[in-house]
Design a protein around this ligand. Structure first.
Ligand code: ADP
Ligand code: MG
Length: 361
C-alpha cells in the first residue's frame, strides 16, 4: 500500500501541445492518501481514465511526476507498480474457467496452489459466482464477465493500490449496490488505497470517503459528500451533484446583499468579486416558494411528486429553477415569489466559489 503523489502532472495526447485546451489533463498536484477510498467523478471525456492510466503506468504523462511513497515511478513499467486495475470493458479469457480467470493474477505471481484456491473461493463468493467457478467464461453474459473482471482486480491482497475504471457499467442496479458493498468491505478489511472511477454521483457518494470531482480535464473539488453538497467549489460541482442540481442566478453584489432580477437578497456577509461574473448558487433544498412582494418574482410551471418529496419547477426571468418541497407542503395557488434560506446560498465569481470576506476559502 502506498501514498500516491501527483506532482505538476499534466497530459496531452498531442505531440506538441501549446494551448491549455490541448491537454486532456490540466496541471494537477494531489496526494492520494495511503489507505483511503476515493471516487473519481465526472462526465464522459473529462479525463478520468487518462488520470487512472497514468497512475497505473499504461500512460506516461507529458509533464510532471508520479510518486509512490515518495519514490519516483513516472517511468516505471506497470508490473513494477504493483497495482490492480479493472477496466470498463472486461478483459476475460474465454477459454479459461471462471476459477482460472480469477486465479490468473495469483498464478502469475507464483503463489502456492492452496493459497490461490482459498482466495479464488473467497472472491468468487464476493462477486456472487461461487456456483459458476467451474464454468468456461465463453458464453457467459456481459454482466457475468464484468463481475469476473472485477473479481480479478480484487483477488490480490498485496497491491499498492486498486484502480477501478467504471467497473459496473452493465450490472443491474441491485447487483451494483451489492458489489459496491463488497468493495467497501474489501477496503475495510485490507485498507488498500482505492480509486473508483464513475460518472454516476450516487455510486461516487455511496462508495467513497472522499470524492474527487473532475471537469474538463481539471480536478475542481476534492471533498466529502457533505462538503460537495453544502459548499460546491465550482458551479459544475453544484450542478452535477444533487438531484436536481444547484440553481444558479445571475447577481450583482452590493455590500452584504445581492440583487437578483431586481430583488434584494440578503447575504449577511460581504464578498470580493469585483470585475467578475457573479452568480448565486442555491440548491433546490434551500429555495422557498411564497406569495406577496418579498423575494424574486417566479411562476410555478409544474410539480413532480417523487415520493419522499416534491420537485417544483418554476420559471424565473425566463429560466427554469427547481425547488424541493416536503411531501406535505402545500404550494400556494397564487405563488409568485421565491426566497432562499441564507445558509444555503453560495456566491460564485466566474464559476468558482468565493468565500465571504474574513473566511478561508
Ligand atoms: P473519461 O475517462 O473521463 O471519459 P478520458 O480520459 O478517456 O475521459 O478522455 C479525456 C480526453 O482525452 C477526451 O477528450 C478524449 O477524447 C481524449 N483521449 C482519450 N484517450 C485518447 C487517446 N488515446 N488519443 C487521443 N485522445 C484521447
Ligand atoms: Mg473513461
Amino acid at each position: 500500500m502506498a501514498k500516491i503523489t501527483l506532482e505538476n502532472l499534466a497530459h496531452s495526447y498531442l505531440p506538441n501541445p501549446s494551448a491549455e485546451d490541448d491537454f486532456a489533463l490540466k496541471e494537477l498536484n494531489h496526494d492520494w492518501a495511503d489507505g483511503e477510498a476515493y471516487a473519481l467523478l465526472g462526465s464522459s471525456g473529462c479525463g478520468k481514465s487518462t488520470l487512472l492510466n497514468i497512475i497505473s503506468g499504461l500512460l506516461i504523462p507529458s509533464q510532471g511526476r508520479v510518486l509512490f511513497d515518495g519514490q519516483d515511478m513516472t517511468h516505471a513499467p506497470t508490473a513494477e507498480r504493483n497495482i490492480a486495475q479493472v477496466f470498463q470493458f472486461p478483459v476475460v479469457y474465454d477459454t479459461m474457467t471462471v476459477r482460472e480467470n480469477l486465479a490468473f493474477p495469483l498464478k502469475n505471481r507464483r503463489m502456492p496452489a492452496d493459497e490461490i484456491a482459498r482466495r479464488v473461493q473467497k472472491v468468487g463468493a464476493m462477486i456472487g459466482m461461487e456456483a459458476e467457478l467451474g464454468r468456461k467464461a465463453r458464453g457467459l453474459t456481459a454482466d457475468a464477465k464484468q463481475k469476473i473482471s472485477l473479481g480479478r482486480g480484487m483477488v490480490r491482497e498485496d497491491v499498492n493500490a486498486l484502480l477501478f475504471d467504471e467497473p459496473l457499467t452493465v450490472i443491474d442496479p441491485h447487483m451494483k449496490w451489492e458489489l459496491r458493498t463488497q468493495l467497501k468491505k474489501l477496503h475495510h478489511d485490507f485498507g488498500h488505497t482505492m480509486i473508483y472511477v464513475t460518472h454516476d454521483q450516487t455510486e461516487a457518494l455511496t462508495f467513497a470517503d472522499k470524492v474527487v470531482v473532475m471537469y474538463d480535464g481539471r480536478v475542481v473539488q476534492i471533498g466529502t459528500p457533505q462538503e460537495l453538497f453544502e459548499r460546491p467549489a465550482h458551479t459544475f460541482v453544484g450542478y452535477f451533484i444533487g438531484s436536481p442540481g444547484m440553481n444558479l442566478f445571475d447577481a450583482e453584489l452590493a455590500g452584504t446583499a445581492a440583487t437578483v432580477d431586481g430583488a434584494r437578497v440578503e447575504l449577511g456577509r460581504a464578498y470580493a468579486a469585483r470585475g467578475r461574473r457573479v452568480q448565486l448558487g442555491v440548491r433546490p433544498e434551500f429555495v422557498r416558494i411564497g406569495t406577496g412582494d418579498a423575494g424574486i418574482p417566479a411562476r410555478v410551471r409544474r410539480v413532480e411528486d417523487v415520493g419522499r418529496h416534491k420537485i417544483v419547477r418554476l420559471e424565473v426571468a425566463g429560466r427554469e429553477v427547481s425547488a424541493i418541497a416536503g411531501e406535505g407542503t402545500r404550494i400556494p395557488a397564487d405563488a409568485n415569489r421565491i426566497t432562499f434560506d441564507p445558509e444555503g446560498i453560495n456566491v460564485y465569481a466566474d464559476d468558482w466559489r468565493v468565500a465571504p470576506e474574513g473566511e478561508a476559502a
